[in-house]
Design a binder for this molecule. Structure first.
Ligand SMILES: [Zn+2]
Length: 124
């Protein structure tokens, strides 16, 4: 197990940035803005946004639609990743049946992202 140095920390941010690409695409595909009166712009405090079926995903998408820069603080990236893992996991559990050793994109991503989050938690 390697230790965290400044150089590796940058590599870790780069890795999280890469991991965040999949949920951005996935959530963008899942969320349906056809009936949205804000045209997909999440509005905090709006009752319709709070009760929307896509509320959590939409909020995430609005916060993470633009690719984060390498200057984004790591805790912020990890937080976004954690939320994305929760969303993708719930969504894929609901929409289809995944066997224990499933190799679809969602399962592979979940596997990689949760392994990364687990490892990272142990190091901090
Ligand atoms: Zn799967």
């Amino acid at each position: 197990m390697t230790t965290l140095t400044g150089r590796q920390a940058r590599t870790i941010s780069g890795y999280v940035l890469k991991l965040l690409e999949y949920p951005r695409w996935f959530i963008d595909r899942e969320v349906d803005f056809t009936d949205c009166h804000h045209q997909g712009r999440f509005t905090a405090g709006d009752a319709r946004c709070e009760h929307c079926d896509f509320g959590a995903a939409c909020r995430w998408l609005n916060q993470n639609r633009d690719e984060p820069t390498p200057a984004t603080p790591l805790p912020e990236l990890l937080n976004a990743l954690q939320t994305a893992v929760r969303y993708v996991r719930e969504d894929s559990a609901e929409t289809s049946c995944h066997p224990r050793r499933c190799d679809c994109d969602a399962c592979e991503w979940l596997h990689e992202a949760s392994a990364f989050l687990r490892t990272h938690r142990h190091r901090t």
